[in-house]
Design a protein around this ligand. Structure first.
Ligand code: IPM
Ligand code: MN
Length: 354
């Protein structure tokens, strides 16, 4: 069991450290050990090797059973040519290299977080338990032609049948193990790529008569997520709409620091949905929970360690229930715990409940 570990930039290394502590507890309790190979990606890789996705990192990833990533990017590298930036040259290039076709971003609002949610209690209490299934290797993030000069900047949004079919099947399969509802989000009243998307998703749905499919325009979906989030089970959508809606879904419990993700492809990659948060990097205040829950997803989906994953999720939930908060979710910032304290609390809880 070999894991490529890419902490990256900003808060990446700090939250990664806490997730690795949790992994250590899992190793101790199960007697299983993981081989951990560290690699460089993003801005820090540019500083060291002049390349946001160095050859060595590609090799480490190809040799690993799973890839565990922190985050990339920061203002320091924003003025580089687009293809050399941490986001495009690092993360997006890695996603493409691994053919990561589906990005799974689950969000649940714990009872004790209801008071932190920016929404009214009655909206949240109706139950928020949804997962965004975001297409991750095509769409406007990758379509050609794209470019920029002094006068114009342009991108191309393309979807082909095969890509849509694949991601749609993934969403329907996931829905089968949940509440059996798929909401496909597009902009089929305007965009041609969305017209094809809607058509293909409807065709795939015929193979899943037990799953209920509805279509929603993205502008409406953005509104419905806030008005009545309990109506969603699986949100199936494109690369860019999924990027936007998943951040919005993280606002339901109150912080992007709670949103993990798993990406499926030739090799699976696990990363928190939030960014590198350069403004709070290095201060030991970031929320490590998204990274820790991404670890749980890795254990479940790449190593079949379902019980262990559930235990980690349980430990996280219990620590939150007990009232511990990092700054992003604290009602009283004076009482917030640090990144490393939160990691320690979760490790301790995990040992207790094992
Ligand atoms: C995400 C991030 C990335 C994306 C950025 C950092 C390129 O926002 O994983 O959601 O847009 O996909
Ligand atoms: Mn994003």
């Amino acid at each position: 069991m070999k894991i490529a570990i890419l902490p990256g930039d900003g808060i990446g290394p700090e939250v990664m450290r806490e997730a690795l502590k949790v992994l250590e507890v899992v190793e101790k309790k199960t007697g299983k050990t993981f081989e951990k190979i560290f690699g460089h990606i993003g801005g820090e890789a540019i500083d060291k090797f002049g390349d946001p996705l160095p050859e060595e990192t590609r090799r480490i990833c190809m040799e690993a059973d799973a890839i565990f990533l922190g985050s990339v990017g920061g203002p320091k590298w924003d003025n580089l040519p687009p293809e050399k930036r941490p986001e495009i040259g690092g993360l997006l290039a890695l996603r493409k290299m691994l053919n990561l076709y589906a990005n799974i971003r689950p969000i649940k609002v714990y009872r004790s977080l209801v008071s932190i949610s920016p929404l009214k209690e009655r909206v949240i209490e109706a139950g928020v338990d949804l997962v965004t299934v975001r297409e991750l290797s095509y769409g406007v993030y990758y379509g050609k032609p794209r470019g920029i000069d002094e006068e114009k900047g342009f991108d191309t949004m393309i979807y082909d049948r095969k890509t849509v079919e694949y991601i749609a099947r993934t969403a329907f399969e996931i829905a089968r193990n949940r509440r059996k509802k798929v909401t496909s989000v597009d902009k089929a009243n305007v965009l041609y790529s969305s017209m094809l998307w809607r058509k293909v998703v409807s065709e795939v749905a015929e193979d899943y008569p037990d799953v209920e499919l509805s279509h929603m325009y993205v502008d409406n979906a953005a509104m419905q997520l806030i008005l009545r989030p309990s109506q969603f089970d699986v949100i199936l959508t494109t690369n860019m709409f999924g990027d936007i809606l998943s951040d919005e879904s993280a606002a339901l419990p109150g912080s992007l620091g709670l949103l993990p993700s798993a990406s499926f492809g030739d090799k699976n990659l696990y990363e928190p949905a939030g960014g590198s948060a350069p403004d709070i990097a290095g201060k030991n205040v970031a929320n490590p929970i998204a990274q820790i829950l991404s670890l749980a997803m890795m254990l479940e989906f790449s190593f079949g360690m379902v019980d262990e994953a559930r235990k980690i999720e349980k430990a996280v939930e219990m620590v939150i229930e007990e009232g511990y908060r990092t700054r992003d979710i604290a009602e009283d910032p004076e009482k917030a715990v640090s990144t490393s304290q939160m990691g320690d609390l979760i490790c301790k809880k995990l040992e207790e409940i094992w």
